[in-house]
Design a protein around this ligand. Structure first.
Ligand code: ADP
Ligand code: MG
Length: 573
């Protein structure tokens, strides 16, 4: 229960404002989150870490020398939006590229991924590291699909230390992935948590029992068990992690015993006594143990145990000094970040300037605007039909999302066109606006598609036909990368993948853009209709997969419609 609230909807933003005011030497507010208050060295990679609010000290509490460079902060338990992630990353980047780090949840994957597409289109080198430490959330042979919990702390601590020690972006990414590979956690919960302003908890655990492996937002765990003694809980956690130890390891581990919100420090210490004993019995040497609250879940009652298998490199970075509002260790950080001057030059979205463009690219931008206008008209005309299709097994908002998304894209594209934008800039602006205006999964995917298409084109020249084919392929590739769907999952990809293939093949054969686009559009249309025979396995429709049989996938159908618009415009050139 949260006792101190003004307006529930303002809770996360007010908490962030109060947090930065409490730590003016470390952090300063920017659009979407916080960044370090001091300048970072030119060319140093920026570690941008985030997720929903409600998990403090994660993630804003870890911004400072030796750890994060910035933290986008979403609403309570909700991913930050792509524009929040983008703005924080722009402010954190100082020419060394960006690592986007977050716990592996669908919403975060989508929004951080969309921000990465935009940053890349702007010329920033971006790497994505999703933390996957929770052993209860997936089988060991699918480790990279697991969700992230308290393992965020050691993974980001180690990555930040490597960057402080001089790692470039490739090296920092390598170490971040290695740290994630070495990190495993298991948690238990004794009761649920309550969103600020809500009367009822999000979920409950039966009194006298514990949810083993329950996620930090109440996602289902492995099983419910009777709540035992502190030692029994410690044994369960240790046994769960020892079962996953690889055969080869150095015997040295970092250990984190993490309280989720309402477990007292004394309770944690009682459990830790047994954990330490058990790890010692197992022949493991614990290096610099941590017991306390690191990744919380509002007022959730529960705890988790994390182990990181260390080698010399990981141990060195684990032990390095760090100085952030919520996590400090080892005195002063000796490094280039320690005594830098305060930040002044901040980026705010909306102040996006339009880079100078060649007249040929501006003319092409005009055609892109007309294409987007036809998208908007198509989506408005089919709004109800797409909504009905989505209502069969989804939530019925696909038509509305497409109309709002294309509408937002047109508004942004018009503004960019009037400002003299080239085709690259126009599409990048339109992509962000689509994602922001639509909300929903398809909005994020279409936004990224436009952004990626723009990123493949140029402001200083008109694209050749081959470059347009490439840009359309880049758009589909972005949807595949971001959504992770395979053909057969019954999503937009069932139309988009054959579309991209038909387009590339027909163009390679005939070298005629108009007819290749036409051919690809009719392939997409047929492929979309054929999704009626499939059962949905991804997205919201997954839950009602069987119900979706007999109805085509709405996202695939709308893709086919817009592919026809593309063909019409390219054919009319
Ligand atoms: P939401 O699912 O958030 O309500 P929409 O209703 O606007 O969003 O869009 C639903 C469509 O999004 C689906 O019909 C499907 O085509 C597409 N979609 C959902 N998840 C994915 C994914 N992982 N990859 C590609 N497309 C997806
Ligand atoms: Mg929907």
């Amino acid at each position: 229960m949260t006792h101190l609230i003004n307006a529930p909807s303002a809770f996360a933003a007010e908490a962030l404002a109060g947090f930065v005011a409490a730590h003016p030497d470390h952090v300063m507010p920017v659009h979407g989150g916080a960044v370090r208050a001091r300048q970072t060295p030119q060319g140093q990679p920026a570690l941008v870490i985030g997720g929903g609010s409600g998990h403090y000290p994660a993630f804003a509490g870890w911004v400072g020398p030796g750890m994060g460079h910035g933290a986008p902060c979403g609403n309570i338990f909700a991913s930050p939006s792509a524009s929040q992630v983008h703005a924080v990353a722009r402010n954190a980047d100082n020419g060394g590229g960006v690592i986007l780090g977050f716990g592996n949840y669908a919403g975060d994957v989508l929004h951080f991924g969309a921000a990465a597409e935009k940053l890349r289109a702007e010329g920033v080198d971006v790497r994505i590291v999703a933390v996957t430490d929770d052993v209860a959330s997936g089988p060991v042979d699918q480790r990279l699909t697991r969700r992230g919990i308290a393992g965020d702390l050691p993974v980001f601590k180690i990555t930040g230390a490597a960057i402080e020690a001089g790692a470039d972006l490739d090296e920092a990414e390598r170490i971040a992935r290695k740290a994630n590979d070495a990190t495993r956690s298991l948690g238990v919960a004794f009761d649920g948590c309550t969103l600020p302003g809500a009367e009822e908890a999000l979920f409950h655990v039966e009194p006298g029992t514990m949810g083993v492996g329950l996620g930090i937002h109440g996602e289902p765990g492995v099983e419910d068990r009777p709540l035992g003694t502190a030692d029994e809980v410690a044994d369960l956690l240790v046994d769960g992690l020892l079962a996953e130890l690889p055969e080869q390891h150095t015997g040295r581990v970092a250990m984190l015993l993490n309280g989720l919100g309402t477990v007292k420090y004394e309770e944690l210490f009682v459990v830790h006594g047994r954990v330490a004993e058990r790890l010692d019995d197992a022949g493991l040497t614990v290096v610099r143990p941590e017991v306390g609250e690191f990744v919380t879940s509002l007022d959730m009652s529960g705890l988790s145990l994390t182990l990181v298998l260390l080698d010399e490199e990981l141990e060195r970075h684990w032990l390095a000094p760090v100085d952030t509002p919520a996590y400090r260790r080892g005195g002063a950080v000796v490094g280039p970040s320690a005594e830098a001057p305060a930040r002044t030059d901040l980026y705010a979205p909306g102040a996006e300037e339009i880079p100078a463009a060649a007249a040929e690219s501006q003319a092409c931008a005009g055609e892109a605007l007309r294409l987007l206008e036809s998208f908007e008209a198509t989506c408005a005309a089919h709004e109800e039909e797409l909504g009905r299709m989505d209502a069969v097994a989804g939530d019925g908002d696909h038509g509305q999302g497409m109309r709002l998304g294309t509408g937002g894209a047109v508004t942004a594209a018009r503004r960019a066109h009037e400002g003299g934008a080239g085709v690259r800039t126009l599409l990048v602006h339109a992509g962000s606006a689509w994602a922001e205006s639509a909300g929903g999964t398809s909005g994020a995917l279409w936004g990224a598609a436009l952004t990626a298409a723009g990123g493949a084109l140029r402001d200083d020249a008109a694209p050749s036909d081959a470059e347009i084919v490439e840009a359309l392929g880049a758009a589909v590739a972005a949807v595949a990368r971001l959504g992770g769907a395979q053909p057969g999952d019954k999503t937009m990809m069932d139309a988009a993948a054959p579309y991209a293939q038909a387009l590339a093949e027909t163009f390679a054969r005939d070298a005629d853009l108009g007819s290749a686009a036409q051919q690809a559009a009719s392939t997409a249309h047929q492929a979309a209709a054929a999704t009626a025979d499939l059962t949905a396995r991804l997205g919201r429709s997954r839950v009602l997969g069987e119900k979706s049989r007999g109805t085509p996938d709405p996202g695939a159908v709308s893709f086919g419609m817009l592919a026809a618009d593309v063909a019409a415009r390219l054919g009319a050139r």
